[in-house]
Design a protein around this ligand. Structure first.
Ligand code: ADP
Length: 518
């Protein structure tokens, strides 16, 4: 042992203690321990082996040898497992060391092995190799062992820290990749965590929200259920041990001014003493659910209206015609029966449409048989049928002579054309021209149906293809309709690989354009 060892021993012990508190990176701890060990024992080469979970020892840090020579030290680490708990067999280690030294081609004379112990268990061994043989006094050995024990504490701390950080990282990743929005609030409602899904819902980047007050990020435009977190906290929520979650549902305003429907469940996290330490919020985007709910409501109101009118008419005419005290002439009788027949047709058409729509939602649009379809002829025939039904409108068919045939489901395409002509008539109550024109493009053909009717406001144009959607105005209230025609038409055209679009100006008219592949 070097003469000034005792003077320096305190410094080294201090250095290790500092490594324990300052360094939490395992590799760095091992490096500091090994450097100090080599300096204390005036060694040339050093190695630290740690016991792995499988209880075998593996080289984790070296000084004086390249990491690719680690494997050469393996003989030293073999059989260490059983012997070590009872103390290291130094004579055997010395023998092995000589073998290793020969392989490494370095002149090593002695190995000092310091077991790193925690609660009588060996956690690892510090090996110091020297070029000369020297004896350590009993006192030196005590000091060296206490140094090795300090090192063991540092290693355990670093390992614990590693486990904790890995666990933390894993939890953060789970939180971040969760499809639900998650945020964690401090008791004063400041945001301490905000995951990516919530960023997508709210339009905030998670980093922007950290440290902000909850109310400045979750800005309710409308609350449909429950009360805001601020209001709940003011009335005592989260103060008692009752772990009742708070549920709030409604629309929030995002930074760009748009709205989104959210359902948020806040759960208070309360410690042993009954103090609120965190609020954990789970956030769901309920826009789709809301839309489905609205569609259901519209469906019910549309259906009840559409069913009630014809049924009332049928019932009214039937009971009038049946009156025993009246003797109806042929003309009146016919008129009444005609209305009953028409209304029955309307009812059966409505039922067909409903069935088609529910089938479409369940299994998508299915085309029956695909055959060559002559759209020019199809359009001309439909126009003929509708001409007899209106005197106010002028129906024009305008197709180029060489308009090609396309492959399609003729019955379905006829339904689409009929629906579009029917709409053109319904939504131009003052009459005007209705023109069906065809045009040919290199890979597709188009069919346009234009009218001079009420038109469709810009912001409604995106919605008219949605199921049950009808533009809310006085005309639609007076005209029969379920809002299913365009929805079904679009599905038919898309099943053909085509598209349907609308161009319209209120009070000028509308043009629906179908494009189909050739
Ligand atoms: P319905 O006619 O049964 O209401 P559609 O799906 O065919 O259902 O049309 C949806 C809505 O689009 C209509 O209620 C109407 O408000 C609007 N619309 C459709 N075609 C026209 C048109 N040619 N001109 C003006 N509005 C139209």
């Amino acid at each position: 042992m070097l003469p000034d060892f005792r003077v320096r021993q305190r410094d080294y012990l201090l250095e290790i203690t500092r490594a324990i508190t300052a360094q939490l990176d395992l590799d760095e701890v091992l490096r500091v321990v090994l450097t100090a060990s080599l300096a204390m024992l005036a060694g040339e080469v050093g190695l630290i082996a740690l016991r792995e979970p499988d209880r075998r020892f593996r080289a984790r840090a070296t000084i004086g040898v390249e990491p690719d020579k680690f494997a050469l030290f393996d003989p030293l680490l073999e059989n260490l497992t059983d012997e070590t708990d009872a103390g290291l067999n130094l004579t055997e280690l010395d023998l092995k060391m000589r073998l290793v030294a020969r392989k490494l081609d370095i002149r090593l004379r002695q190995v000092v092995a310091l077991p790193m112990m925690i609660r009588r268990e060996i956690l690892g061994v510090i090996f110091v190799f020297r070029t000369y043989a020297g004896q350590a006094s009993a006192n030196d050995q005590v000091i060296l062992q206490s140094f090795a024990d300090q090192a063991a504490i540092a290693v355990v701390n670093a390992r614990l820290y590693q486990t904790v950080s890995e666990e933390r990282g894993r939890l953060a990743a789970i939180l971040d990749h969760s499809a639900d929005g998650v945020m964690i609030l401090a008791p004063d409602q400041r945001i301490t965590r905000f995951n990516r899904a919530l960023g997508r819902f709210t339009g905030w980047t998670p980093a922007e929200t950290i440290g902000r007050m909850h109310d400045t990020v979750i800005v309710w435009d409308r609350i449909d259920q429950g009360q805001s977190l601020g209001a709940a906290l003011r009335t005592g929520w989260g103060r008692d041990r009752q772990l009742n979650p708070l549920y709030v549902e409604g629309d929030i305003v995002r930074p760009d001014g748009s709205r989104i429907s959210l359902g948020i469940t806040y759960a208070p996290l309360i410690n042993e003493e009954g103090h609120l330490i965190n609020i954990i919020a789970n956030v769901r985007d309920i826009t789709h659910w809301r839309r489905a709910q609205e569609a259901k409501n519209t469906f019910i109101s549309v259906i009840s209206h559409e069913l009630k009118t014809p049924v009332a008419l049928i019932k009214g005419y039937a009971s009038t015609l049946r009156r025993e005290d009246a003797d109806w002439d042929r003309q009146t009788l016919n008129n009444g029966l005609k209305i009953i027949e028409e209304e029955t047709d309307r009812l059966s058409e409505l039922i067909d449409n409903l069935l088609a729509a529910s089938k479409l939602q369940a299994e998508g649009m299915r085309l029956a048989h695909i055959e060559a379809v002559d759209l020019t002829q199809l359009a001309a025939r439909s126009v003929e049928r509708f001409r007899t039904q209106t005197k106010k409108h002028t129906l024009i068919v305008d197709f180029p002579p060489d308009f090609p045939e396309i492959q399609g489901d003729e019955a379905r395409l006829r339904q689409v054309i009929d629906n579009l002509i029917n709409n053109a008539i319904k939504y131009s109550p003052s009459g005007g021209k209705i023109r069906l024109s065809g045009s040919i493009e290199p890979t597709s053909v188009s069919l346009s149906i234009s009218d001079q009717g009420v038109g469709i406001p810009r912001d409604e144009q995106d919605h008219i293809f949605d199921p049950f959607y009808r533009v809310e105005d006085s005309l639609s209230r007076q005209t029969q309709g379920t809002g299913l025609g365009l929805y079904l038409s679009k599905a038919v055209i898309e099943a053909h690989g085509g598209s349907i679009t609308v161009e319209s100006q209120p009070n000028k008219g509308s043009t629906f354009r179908i494009t189909l592949p050739r």
